[in-house]
Design a protein around this ligand. Structure first.
Ligand code: PBG
Length: 333
């Protein structure tokens, strides 16, 4: 009988050259599992750099078209669109207008993408409201102002119809509003959009790692924070399972966990717990900007760090990754 401990067993045998390492790998990703976030605003030939996210831009619709062409040629799975309106107001009217920026962006993107690339819309109000919160506000009993859950549901129900009419392939509600998936499903079904999947941000944490995004989307809350609707990092990890279960019960087709890197345990837990539902992870703006900044200083190798991060997210159990590096990774592959 062979002794199964050292020196008979040497783990390094399966690492001794790159061919062996390749042979025994299990965690891969491919471009068709990547979703690229894009920020759209009005204008022409506008490619406004986002200072906190080197390599990312606010795009006018004509420039968006070029990005869509490139995403198709790189074989990406999809794009997720965020609109930045010219006018913000208390309820985020631009998001529920057929002529609003997001409706225009979806129409333009879909016109090019056809069946070659998924056009996904972020369904939320924070980019469209003057106060920067993810729904309509109301004063609660003790004089505190908070997002009115049920009033916001009615606006979400209208927002998805605008997106659906514009031709969106998948809607991705991101507001952490209770009941949003069920209300959106009902709304889509009532209008004949039974085929449109809901990719819900089911477990979305109140996170410092969204900082650069809020500059990109001009969506930082003017006062307060999002802690009364987004999840608390210190809550039981099983609270995430409850959130996901509720979304599945309400009709979510794909779930998102966000951010990715500080919540790999949540991705793994969800993977173990739920069979047969695709899991997406959002590799968020702060995760992007940290590596970019360190790489600019020459402190870290960007390509290797990105590869390692996305491998970790894959290993934790995410089938789909929403990442600002989608194009770069596809180019390397
Ligand atoms: C909108 C939304 C946010 C992100 C995606 N959708 C911002 C937020 O909740 O404040 C963050 C994405 C990122 O940081 O890359 N609700």
């Amino acid at each position: 009988m062979i002794d199964i401990s050292f020196p008979s067993t040497r783990m390094r045998r399966l690492r001794y050259n790159s061919c062996v390492r390749r042979l025994v790998r299990e965690n891969f990703f491919s471009p068709d599992r990547f979703i690229l976030p894009l920020f759209v605003r009005s204008g022409e030939q506008l490619r406004q750099p986002i200072l906190s996210m080197p390599g990312q831009f606010q795009l006018s619709i004509d420039e968006l078209a070029k990005e869509i062409e490139e995403a198709i040629s790189l074989g990406l799975g999809g794009v997720i669109l965020f609109g930045i309106p010219d006018q913000k107001d208390a309820i985020g009217s631009d998001a529920i207008s057929d002529n609003g920026i997001i409706a225009q962006a979806i129409r333009a993107a879909k016109n090019i993408a056809k069946d070659k690339l998924l056009v996904i819309s972020d369904v939320c109000f924070c980019e469209y409201t003057e106060h920067g919160h993810c729904g309509v506000l109301r004063e609660t009993s003790c004089g505190r102002v908070d997002v009115d859950n049920d009033a916001t549901l009615e606006n979400l129900a209208r927002q998805v119809i605008v997106h659906a009419k514009a031709g969106v392939d998948i809607v991705a509600p991101s507001g952490m509003i209770d009941g949003m998936v069920g209300r959106i499903r009902r709304s889509l079904d009532n209008e004949g959009f039974t085929h449109i999947p809901i990719m819900s941000y089911s477990a979305k944490y109140a996170s410092a790692f969204y900082g650069p995004f809020r500059e990109a989307a001009e969506s930082a809350p003017k006062s307060g924070d999002r802690r009364s609707y987004q999840m608390d990092a210190a809550a039981s990890a099983k609270q995430a399972l409850r959130e996901i279960q509720l979304d599945i019960n309400e009709g979510a087709d794909i779930i998102i966990i966000k951010p990715a890197l500080a919540y790999l345990d949540i991705i793994k837990l969800a993977k173990e717990h739920f069979d047969g539902i695709p899991i997406a992870a959002y590799n968020v703006s702060g995760e992007y900007s940290m590596i970019k900044a360190a790489a600019e200083k020459g402190w870290i190798n960007e390509k290797d760090a990105v590869n390692e991060s996305l491998t970790a997210i894959t290993r934790a159990g995410a089938n789909i990754i929403i990442t600002y590096w989608a194009k770069d990774i596809a180019k390397i592959m």
